[in-house]
Design a protein around this ligand. Structure first.
Ligand code: CS2
Ligand code: MG
Length: 403
């Protein structure tokens, strides 16, 4: 069997997605997600201008050799653009390999380790009362794990809270929106939020929170300590993660579990965090961490140190990523939890899929492959629209801060 085409499809059914479709001379095709929120065209060009010409004529079943060919062959290794491009190729080739075998993808990874995949949903609100209502609504719907994010008094816009009344979508506008930030206001507010949420939901429901890279290690330690009475499932991205050693300081002060990794793109970004047990969950994804081939290496390293998976699953990861992630989650022995921010009906219409959601659990399908495709005709109706993630500035002096 030979690869005959590797086509990049960019579409915007409510938000931008980049999809790679690999075709073969025996008619079997596979698709991979190559969406990098706010930098989509960089990956599209990397794939169509640099990667696709090297794939034509290759055997699609040699996915490991192709992975190393694209990783080492580029000379310039790692980074979000390169690893997202490699991930899209890898995911499409795993899709093809499973279709050739006539098996759902999880069977090729090692078979089913669980009957279903526990997910966490997103509850957000402009203030504590609204957020509590949203958490209770999710609990009603059957979610066993719920992430709570609320507005912060004195701050205009904060991560995770929609100001449009529609589903939260951070990427917007033809230039980056500017948000303001004040860690002290956030540190005062967040324990109050979780005191109210925990009181409302009781002891059983898992509660999660995303700090989104904004605190210093010591501030993150203060936050973790202040949230201990509310027994969170995790705080996520408590501080910038380039300095993996910084997490040792957080660990010294708090037992609140820590999740990191959605912005990581290789095992090297998290090797120290895992080996020193500075985190409890690794959030790397099929789309941004080199595909299934590399993500399983990260998961295997994590398993040695009792670190569990908790893959990122925001709507800027396409339904193809969600499909592949569900097969991965169904197999991976050290599974923790899967983020589930449901795509809109419009987005899902462009990506026919066979997974289903039911009362806090996701179920991958049994069709051969990862169970997702792209409706190219429909996708063509929604052309790319440039959109940026916001930037963040400190309220006190306007200096640039992590968003
Ligand atoms: C967030 C993401 O879901 C999360 O945990 O960190 O929504 C993140 O802000 C976006 O994926 C950025 O594109
Ligand atoms: Mg996050």
């Amino acid at each position: 069997m030979k690869i005959t085409a590797a086509r990049v499809i960019v579409c915007c059914p409510g938000r931008n997605f980049v999809t790679l479709k690999i075709e073969t001379d025996e008619g079997v095709t596979g698709v991979g997600d190559a969406t990098l929120n706010g930098r989509e065209l960089a990956v599209a060009s990397y794939l169509q201008d640099h990667v696709a010409p090297c794939l034509i004529g290759r055997d699609p079943q040699q996915l490991e050799d192709i992975w190393h060919y694209l990783y080492k062959g580029a000379y310039w290794r790692r980074g979000p653009v390169t690893m997202t491009a490699i991930a899209a190729v890898d995911t499409a080739l795993w899709d093809i390999k499973a279709k050739i075998a006539g098996q759902p993808l999880y069977q090729l990874l090692g078979g089913r380790s669980r009957s279903a995949v526990m997910v966490y949903g997103h509850a957000t609100g402009a203030d504590i009362a609204q957020t509590v209502d949203e958490v209770l609504r999710h609990q009603e719907e059957g979610y066993r794990a719920i992430r709570a994010q609320s507005g912060v008094p004195g701050l205009d816009k904060v991560y995770g809270v929609s100001t449009t009344g529609r589903m939260y979508e951070p990427a917007d506008g033809s230039v980056p929106a500017e948000h303001d930030w004040d860690s002290a206001k956030y540190l005062r507010h967040t324990p109050e939020l979780f005191e109210a949420v925990r009181l409302a939901v009781g002891e059983e429901t898992h509660l999660l929170h995303d700090v989104h890279h904004r605190l210093t290690p010591l501030e993150a330690a203060q936050l973790g300590k202040s949230l201990e009475p509310y027994r969170l499932f995790w705080i996520e991205d408590p501080t910038e993660a380039e300095n993996q050693q910084a997490f040792a300081l957080i660990r010294q002060h708090t037992t609140t579990p820590i999740a990191v990794g959605e912005v990581f793109n290789s095992i090297w970004d998290c090797k120290q965090l895992i080996e020193s047990q500075l985190i409890d969950y690794i959030r790397t994804t099929v789309t941004h961490a080199g595909g299934i081939t590399h993500l399983r290496r990260i998961a295997d390293l994590a398993a040695l140190y009792q670190v569990r998976t908790g893959s990122h699953g925001a709507t800027d990861l396409s339904p193809i990523c969600m499909g592949a992630a569900l097969h991965f989650d169904t197999w991976v022995p050290n599974f923790g939890i899967q983020e589930y921010m449901p795509h809109s009906e419009l987005m899902l219409s462009v990506f026919p899929h066979d997974w289903r959601y039911e009362r806090g659990m996701l179920y991958c399908g049994e069709s051969p492959g990862h169970g997702v495709d792209i409706d190219e005709k429909l996708a063509a109706r929604y052309p790319y629209q440039r959109a940026y993630l916001p930037v963040n500035r400190l309220q006190r002096d306007g200096s640039l801060h992590s968003w």
